[in-house]
Design a protein around this ligand. Sequence first.
Ligand code: ATP
Ligand code: MG
Length: 578
Amino acid sequence: MRLSQAHINTLREVPGEAEIPSHIWLLRSGMIRKTVSGIYGFMPFGWRTVRKIEAIIREEMDASGAQEILMSAMQPAELWRESGRWFAYGPELWRVEDRHGREFCLGPTAEEVFTDIVRNEIDSHRRLPLNLYQIQTKYRDEARPRYGLMRSREFIMKDAYSFDRDWEGLDRSYRAMYDAYEKIFSRCGLAFRPVDADSGAMGGRDTQEFIALCEYGENDVVYCEHCEMAATAERAAGADAAPSNEAVLPVAEAPTPGAKTIEAVADCLGLPKEKTVKALLFAVHDEQGLKEYVAAFIRGDRELNMTKLVNALGVAEHMIEFADERAMGAATGSVAGYTGPTGLHDCRIVVDSELPGLRNLCAGACKEGYHLLNVNYGRDYEGDIVTDLKLVGEGDPCPVCGEPLSVARGIEVGQIFKLGTKYSESMGARYRDENQEEQLIVMGCYGIGVTRTMAAVVEQNHDDKGIIWPMSVAPYHVIVTLVKPDDATQRAAAERVYADLIDEGVEALLDDRDERPGVKFNDADILGVPIRITVGKKAVEGIVEYKPRRATEAMELPAEEAIARAAATVRAEIRGKR
Ligand code: ATP
Ligand code: MG
């Protein structure tokens, strides 16, 4: 491609809305353009990278035995009602109506649609296992679209669904996807980590997320340097403090005027925060409206893990919100800033698993200006649910080996999930086994964010001049920079290098624009082309400059040698990832 004819448009200024490197560089390089908040289009160079990531995904998915199909992004509401997700998916589901008032959604994922295909077309065990996938545009009306392609409202996803006769079959399908994902993300040039993830309110099913490690990631990964433990922060199990063997003391009321936070209470009474109990008050809504109030209790120095709470309650995240304290107070006896587990009524009480083992804690008295001392589980209160609610952080003990945990930031680029029979049960997807008996199909689902992967690659591969594409996903491999287009010798030499590179199978660019050399070098850096060959003054001697994007210095080489080196590097770096 000649840059004089290419549609490129690099920006000198950082666009106002861009905060993180991938967003800044994808906009500045002109690879993506915003249509409206959370919705982006891909310009020629950006689209080439998307297609390369897709090609890697296709090759590895096909090699695993999966088959590609393409379903519509438009999905009928009836299917989502069958699975129960029309309500449960919440406001992220992008609902639309046709002119007859028939409801649809723009698919955020496609379990229902794929289950529907399979229940209609598969009846015998002989047709299983099966893994179908698509690479398709997905829609999620995210509450906070941000960071460009990282969290957008429209994005490209590879979604695959496996259908097996039994759980052993699912284990094999899941393992095959795990292996394919490792290859895909390595070939894309990502540093990533597979970690155990939260499986939602259904519980008990294996799921792992592939997290690309990066500073601005939205996910915390908790891992142990001393054992294999690695999980998302939502999923990581908290270790309970050792039970106390203190003698149980009688309850006493203590005045704590104005002390409405754990810090204030601890200060006021001269107690360490570990001797206090923190209350968090919620209202749960369902389709009919307010369903119930919930009070969660956790040791005063801990943080609540919302995912663990919604899983314990068996509700979706959008169904729960902080309670209006006045309304909740009237209904349950809670008092803003002074709520404790003793004296509450008409409210579900969820207690963190370590509280029953602790003694003589200080908790709110459910009375304005007072706390209770020496509150003990069993004698003074009980929980409707007792479960781990702790958010695990840096330095907390590893739930497996007890050593201090580490935390890293990253972004989820893929997830694999053992669904089991969740959808085949609700939607009636069955097959006949060898004895002609009907059995539920056992399913898995496997997603990769294609466009998010592109952003993650930039997040990990850039400097202060622009993107540094890994060869495998670079829009082009080599850029030939012609310093003086009006110099006939230079032009002829550059044309020859360009043509020879293409003959070698290299995807080459020729910067033949009538621009200053500084502009051309800057653009080559912003665009992140992995190798630059500069044809300038020494063209008369047959000498060019060769510079890998990461190198600080260029080296002078005879033109043929530069071509051979570039071609060998391209082949090695693409093949090396396979
Ligand atoms: P997140 O927790 O980041 O919202 P998710 O767990 O809801 O993601 P999945 O349903 O597992 O996402 O979707 C599969 C993949 O699609 C994710 O691993 C991610 O790479 C990608 N993805 C999900 N939401 C978005 C989004 N809003 N923008 C870009 N990619 C996304
Ligand atoms: Mg996910």
